[in-house]
Design a protein. Structure first.
Length: 432
């Protein structure tokens, strides 16, 4: 059972005054002991966790995409039959699964006999995770949370290259399963590893870049959320990639998503929010090292992936960097080349715009989607080049930002870039 930890006032036990933060620390310790002794997790937490459950219950009353299993004594097996593991990441295991009659009855958008990806996510057990979730979901109204869930479950998401998240099944107190559209092809990382150093036609790189930009654009402008972990591991092909058929990429893994109070519009496309450090080390944009993220931060991620597609390496010599100090130094001091003998000048131009270190000067998704490289067949406007005045103002703002390197959780060993792509880089987050 989830106890009510939402005490906000101090109280006294045996003459000792306990304030709310001491009470919370005790709870986490007690929770930890329970897990140790009983072998099964409990869902500890403070007011945020209680509020999060209340929110889900409220949404469940009006939205068929959420099922809470606490009350009816059923388990995930009553809703899905798992066949095999599709993949495992830092946050959960993903199975291929088919829905049962009960699941289809609960959510008619599911098809009997059709395969889905079912991701199991541990509900928050640690302080930092609770804080991360509460910052994202509890920072917005229940209405916005519902709007976000509806948009990423809609058929439009597929059209815009975002994997549909159809159903969330919460097994209180420890687990949540998310039923998603099944991607039948490899992840972009696995495909790149397979490709090794074989050349990739620029037309194909440009098509993939366009799809990735559409995905983040949709997530920002329609779902109103930041992805915060854009990298080849989190893009996948809808179908196996075969020659002579245009491949379709999709963005998945909403594990680090941050829902904003309002969907992004052009005027807010460069706004930054104090969300703390988060993401996967080599893919973290400069402003996130300083604890801030916005829609523009996901554009940096797309820029890095496009750089890998075109030049088969990360910029700034990042793939040779071991550890946070080296990674940060490379990002701080490195520069993207303005030309390359093997890459068109239009492609190098958009790379420079996406990998602009100053987020206020970085291309927005709508600007990038209009660039010449992605629209060669039709006339397109070029991106604006920042004026020296704009650069000066921005440079001042940048000087005031403080960068604190986060605690490292995994050693980055010296490997070839293609070997390193095979590995799941550590994901860590540091609340500010
Ligand atoms: N919709 C999907 N269809 C097919 N495979 C998937 C799907 N979602 C995730 N996977 C597989 O599961 C792996 C881990 O999923 P992901 O959501 O990225 O988890 P994590 O949050 O732990 O990184 C992916 O790398 C991929 O191989
Ligand atoms: Mg992932």
């Amino acid at each position: 059972m989830l106890a009510d930890y939402s005490r906000e006032r101090s109280f006294t036990i045996g003459g000792t005054t306990i304030n709310p933060s001491t009470w919370r620390r005790w709870h986490l310790r007690i929770g930890g002991c329970c897990r140790w002794f009983c072998g099964s997790p409990v869902w500890p937490g403070g007011p945020e966790t209680v509020e999060l459950r209340r929110r889900y219950a409220e949404i469940e009353a009006t939205y068929e995409g959420i099922i809470t299993l606490e009350a009816n004594g059923r388990g995930i097996d009553d809703y899905f039959t798992k066949s095999h593991v599709l993949g495992e990441g830092g946050f959960g295991t993903v199975w291929q699964a088919t829905p049962t009659k009960r699941a289809v009855k609960a959510l008619p958008a599911l098809r009997m006999g059709q395969g889905y990806a079912l991701k199991r996510v541990r509900l928050p057990l640690r302080d930092a995770e609770i804080e991360m979730i509460s910052k994202s979901l509890l920072g917005v109204s229940t209405g916005r949370m519902l709007q976000f869930l509806k948009v990423i479950a809609s058929p439009e998401a597929t059209e815009e290259h975002v994997t549909r998240n159809l159903l969330r099944i919460l097994e209180i107190p420890h687990t949540m399963h998310i039923a998603m559209e099944l991607l039948e092809g490899p992840t972009l990382r696995d495909w790149l590893v397979q490709l090794e150093n074989k050349p990739l036609p620029e037309t194909l790189a440009s098509e993939l870049a366009k799809q990735m930009l559409k995905a983040v654009h949709f997530l920002h402008r329609s779902a109103g959320a930041l992805h915060r972990d854009v990298k080849p591991q989190n893009f996948g092909f809808a179908r196996p990639v075969v020659q002579d058929q245009p491949p379709t990429l999709q963005l998945f893994d909403m594990g680090m998503v941050h829902v904003l109070p309002e969907p992004v519009v052009e005027a807010s496309a460069r706004e930054l929010y104090a969300l703390g450090m988060g993401g996967t080390m080599h893919w973290i944009p400069p402003e996130t090292w300083a604890g801030r993220s916005g829609a523009c931060s996901d554009l940096w991620g797309v820029g890095l992936v496009v750089h890998v597609l075109l030049l088969r390496q990360l910029p700034f010599g990042l793939q040779h960097c071991e550890g946070r100090v080296a990674v940060w130094d490379a990002i701080r001091t490195g520069a993207v080349a303005s030309s390359n003998a093997n890459v068109s000048k239009e492609a190098m131009y958009i790379l420079g715009q996406l990998l602009e270190k100053e987020p206020l000067l970085r291309a927005t998704s709508s600007e990038a989607l209009q660039c010449e490289w992605l629209n060669r067949s039709r006339a397109s406007s070029d991106l604006r080049t920042p004026t020296p005045g704009a650069r000066k103002t921005v440079a001042k703002a940048v000087q005031q930002r403080k960068v604190q390197l986060p605690v490292e959780t995994e050693r980055w060993e010296e490997r070839s870039f293609w070997q390193s792509l095979m590995l799941q880089t550590s994901q860590w987050s540091k609340p500010d």
